[in-house]
Structure formats: structure tokens, C-alpha cells
Design a protein. Structure first.
Length: 233
């Protein structure tokens, strides 16, 4: 499906959802103008307020965690809306693996609450062309595209590229994840003095965002935030 066709399909889905009663995406209850019923929306687990500023893992008083003190990531801070748990994990998996790309509008609507400080650009986590061809769309790019007008920050779809088609990170330990990603990304523009947010759906170990942030830092970015829908705890 082309980008134009996907865009037209998403607009049709959004129009129908806003006008006609629909089934809640998770439980099937009748809803109008929204993806989830009130009960399922309430079941989404928000990230605790007291979290490490750099990696968003919960800490007793919101101080920087021991892991980030010992080995600071290349990004300056992480912002996340939810904990990666049921039922949100079901929505993310449906989006990525069942071609439910219209869910990215729901994700972007929630992520719009993350903006507080001024930013220059949103940079989505890139997919390797082979993985993009297999999946049909890049969920991080779709989130960034829908998030951009909500937060008033331009997004750059092609600023960063994934040049190595690395194996899946699932099931790998932290050190293996880090080795797996070395040299995986490039950044083709000058970001000197720019404040950017890297956009992705889920942060697990943070290895992918850390490696991308290193490349973006080399391109000159002065401040790098990681914005994700959910953080794995």
C-alpha cells in the first residue's frame, strides 16, 4: 500500500469513527468518536510520576537511577506516557504486526502531553528498508507525523536512516543489544545547536534510542530527548 493510499484509508477510518458507533478496539463495547471505551482507557497503566529523568525507570524520589549515573545514555532525558503492560501492549502489537497503522493517531494524541520545553525537530526511529518493505509502514514515523501538528514541532522523516538490518532485539541481553546496534544508524543533516526529540513507540532497554542519539549528537544536536509511548519496567 502506498503512502497516499494509507493516508486516505486512515482519513476514512477516522471519519467513520467520529460519526458512527463503533466497537471498542479492546473489549468490543460500543463507543462513538473514540478508539477505546472509558473502562479500557482507564486500564492503560500510566508511568509513575517518580522516574529517572534520563531513562524513565521508576525511582523512589524521581532521582537519576544508578544505571544512568554509572553509564549515562547519549540522550539527555526520556519522556513516556505509559508503562508497557496489558492492555497497551496489545495495541502496540496490533499496530506493528497486524497492520493497524491507524492506531498511531491514538498513540500520538496521548504523546502530545509530553511537550513542555521548546524543540526544533521530531526525529522518528528509522526502519531498515527491508524491514519497512516487510511491515509496510514505520510506526515511529507515523506517530511523529501525527504528533508534529499537535505539538507544533516539525518532524524530519528522512533525517536519520537505518543502514544495517540488525536482528530483532527481542530476547537479547543488554550487552548483546548494544553490540547488535553498533553502526546501525546514520544522520544525513546538520543538527548543530538543535534541540530534538527522538520518537519511538516503546523503550525496552533503551539501546536503540541510545545508539540513534549518539549519531544525532555527532550531527551537532545540543539537546536530545527520547519520547516514547510506553516504557518497559
Amino acid at each position: 500500500m502506498s503512502n497516499l493510499q494509507q493516508s486516505a484509508l486512515n482519513k476514512c477510518i477516522k471519519f467513520v469513527q467520529s460519526r458512527l458507533p463503533q466497537a471498542c478496539f479492546l473489549c468490543g463495547a460500543r463507543v462513538t468518536g473514540t478508539l477505546l471505551c472509558a473502562g479500557c482507557e482507564d486500564d492503560l497503566a500510566h508511568l509513575p510520576a517518580a522516574c529517572c529523568l534520563q531513562c524513565a525507570l521508576p525511582t523512589p524520589d524521581g532521582e537519576i537511577c544508578g544505571g544512568c549515573l554509572k553509564k549515562p545514555p547519549a540522550f539527555d532525558r526520556t519522556k513516556a506516557v505509559f508503562s508497557y503492560a496489558f492492555p497497551l501492549d496489545s495495541l502496540v502489537q496490533q499496530c506493528k504486526y497486524a497492520h493497524a497503522s491507524h492506531l498511531t493517531d491514538f498513540f500520538a494524541a496521548h504523546m502530545a502531553s509530553l511537550r513542555a520545553e521548546p524543540l526544533d525537530y521530531l526525529l522518528p526511529m528509522p526502519l531498515h528498508p527491508a524491514r519497512l518493505a516487510q511491515r509496510g509502514f514505520n510506526q515511529a514515523a507515523e506517530i511523529a507525523r501525527r504528533l508534529s501538528p499537535r505539538v507544533g514541532v516539525p518532524w524530519l522523516p528522512d533525517a536519520c536512516q537505518r543502514v544495517r538490518n540488525t536482528p530483532s532485539q527481542a530476547g537479547l541481553d543488554l550487552k548483546t543489544r548494544q553490540r547488535n546496534l553498533r553502526g546501525a544508524f546514520t544522520c544525513g543533516i546538520n543538527l548543530s545547536g538543535k534541540r530534538v526529540a527522538l520518537i519511538d513507540d516503546v523503550m525496552t532497554s533503551g539501546s536503540s534510542l541510545d545508539e540513534l542519539a549518539r549519531v544525532v549528537r555527532k550531527a551537532g544536536a545540543s539537546e536530545i530527548q527520547a519520547w516514547v509511548l510506553a516504557r518497559t519496567l
